[in-house]
Design a protein around this ligand. Structure first.
Ligand code: 5GP
Length: 116
């Protein structure tokens, strides 16, 4: 069985995290421990644990995550300066919360793509 994470409670607003965006497919809110000036998480409302678990029926949701990222980047005023979108998968990917989420990171130069 797939276990819910804290993100499901945020999506249902059972814990008080302000939502920056919500529709029938996705929700977005600020990361609790921002790594950069602007750090937003965009999540499917449906619990999908990892990218390994996505199916064809999720394609609309995954596409919506990108269009919402674009909209929020503009609202944050970082669309022109630039930003990075990241989805981590499993332990080597650095995934901590097993409910797919896209990190929207920006507001400052982000440097090299990754450090290992
Ligand atoms: P991951 O490493 O799984 O890709 O990223 C999980 C992210 O979720 C981390 O950046 C972490 O700070 C964030 N996070 C974990 N718990 C909470 C929470 O309760 N509220 C919010 N807003 N972010 C959280």
């Amino acid at each position: 069985m797939t276990e819910e994470t804290i993100f499901s409670k945020i999506i249902r607003q059972e814990i008080p995290t302000p939502l920056l965006y919500q529709d029938d497919l996705v929700s977005a809110f600020r990361d609790i421990a921002p790594r950069v000036d602007s750090h937003i998480l965009i999540v499917p409302n449906k619990l999908i644990p990892t990218i390994n678990d996505v199916s064809q029926e999720d394609e609309l949701t995954l596409g919506r995550m990108i269009t919402v990222a674009k909209k929020l980047a503009k609202e944050e005023g970082i669309d022109e300066s630039g930003y990075r979108l990241i989805i981590n998968c499993n332990s080597d990917g650095g995934q901590e919360v097993y409910h797919i989420h896209m990190h929207l990171l920006g507001g400052q130069p982000l440097g090299a793509m990754l450090s290992v």
